[in-house]
Design a protein around this ligand. Structure first.
Ligand SMILES: CC(=O)N[C@H]1[C@@H](OP(=O)(O)OP(=O)(O)OC[C@H]2O[C@@H](n3ccc(=O)[nH]c3=O)[C@H](O)[C@@H]2O)O[C@H](CO)[C@@H](O)[C@@H]1O
Length: 366
């Protein structure tokens, strides 16, 4: 192991890629006194704001994804890709990293491709139970592939795979101790039951519509709700709520303190993003998962099924959510036996040391 090491962490696009990346960077810093880290993200994406606020330097590539439907943006896709490949090569040459980590999202592709071509060891962290095409291509040259689900040899060479779990933020450990602080933070009544509703880092239209369609049931119940709408939907939700007076319903576009949101909750309604699922297991919260149908290869259903098959979560399909979601949630929150059964089963799937294990693998390559 060298005395001073330099690592590039690349990827982003959504919280599901950014937060694991930050956890890996924090673990690298903890494990190696003299570790310089540079993030590489996609211009205009969430990482360009979240990474600096976590205290790390980031540079952006002009890369964008291909839109599934015909879109004018697709015309620029290849020119942006070539520019990004050139810039990735220049960044690697300039920074001279000892290893490069890709967490998925647009910037990982060009960066890992450039690094591998220059003989620098690369590591992939795949959060989902179903690998996308970019990671499958990058896997050929990667030294290690850190995964969160069993059975990933369907996508990657078996000898490179390590089942580490997804990196989760350290502040989610021991959240039971934060219950009182959480109730005060969200101005909630500690005597009442609380449901946390999250739609992934960007919010989820179906979950929001299901909530809006069930306001009278929520209002009639004794239940309190912390509801994260996502920034695209917050205005519409606030507008609709003007006609209602539900004091126990707290609405946010984004939750900066997920530790407190989980600590406050007796159960969670959520999309089935891989990072959220790993967190739910760690914080042992019973949940109803509504997988997004708008993601590649329907991977959120596969993420959700990994829990459902172990009786560690309930799933409501996106198409059924407006009719069934809140009904199911209000049933579950009053079923103490089912809540503790789900909680125990998801706890068994938690992998709290993922970030440390991944950091050790990266350091070992330097
Ligand atoms: C629409 C989409 O492409 N979703 C993908 C994206 O999900 P998405 O970005 O929603 O990611 P995840 O569910 O994996 O993680 C969300 C992260 O954001 C945090 N959070 C969320 C809401 C909030 O208000 N505050 C907050 O801090 C959560 O605590 C979690 O750490 O990446 C995941 C991981 O590759 C994939 O499995 C998802 O399919």
């Amino acid at each position: 192991m060298k005395q001073k090491i330099k690592i590039i962490v690349s990827g982003g696009g959504t919280g599901g890629h950014i937060f694991p990346a930050i956890s890996i960077a924090n673990a690298l810093k903890e494990k190696h006194n003299d570790c310089e880290i540079l993030f590489v993200g996609a211009e205009g994406k969430m990482e360009m704001e979240k990474v600096p606020s976590a205290g790390y330097k980031i540079v952006g590539l002009p890369i964008r994804g291909l839109q599934r439907n015909f879109s004018k943006e697709n015309l620029n896709f290849f020119s942006r890709l070539f520019k990004s490949l050139r810039r990735a090569k220049a960044i690697v040459k300039d920074f001279q990293p000892d290893a490069v980590v890709g967490v998925g999202g647009y910037a990982s592709g060009p960066l890992l491709h450039a690094a591998a071509k220059m003989g620098i060891p690369t590591v992939i962290q795949e959060q989902n139970s179903y690998a996308g095409i970019t990671n499958k291509l990058l896997a050929k040259k990667a030294k290690k592939i850190c995964v969160a689900y069993e059975g990933m040899e369907r996508f990657f060479p078996a000898d490179k795979i390590l089942l580490t779990g997804n990196p989760v933020r350290k502040d989610l450990i021991n959240i039971a101790l934060k219950k009182q602080e959480a109730m005060a933070h969200f101005e909630l009544d500690p005597e009442k039951k609380t449901i946390l509703v999250v739609g992934g880092s960007l919010g989820a239209r179906t979950i929001n519509n299901s909530m809006l369609g069930s306001l009278s049931a929520i209002s009639d119940s004794e239940v309190q709700v912390i509801w994260q709408t996502g920034k695209f939907y917050i205005e519409k939700v606030r507008e609709e709520l003007k006609n209602w007076d539900i004091p126990g319903l707290k609405v946010f576009d984004f939750l900066g303190r997920m530790d407190l949101a989980y600590a406050a909750a007796d159960m969670v309604i959520s999309r089935a993003g891989a990072g959220t699922i790993s967190e739910l297991c760690l914080v042992e919260k019973p949940c109803i998962l509504v997988p997004s149908p708008n993601v590649s290869e329907d991977h959120q259903t596969k993420n959700a099924m990994a829990l459902v098959n172990k009786n560690a979560a309930i799933m409501v399909k996106d198409i059924d959510a407006e009719k069934e979601l809140v009904v199911e949630a209000l049933k579950l929150i009053n079923d103490a036996d089912k809540l503790s059964e789900l909680s125990a089963n998801c706890k068994a799937l938690a992998k709290p040391d993922a970030a440390d294990e991944i950091a050790e693998q990266i350091i070992a390559l330097t």
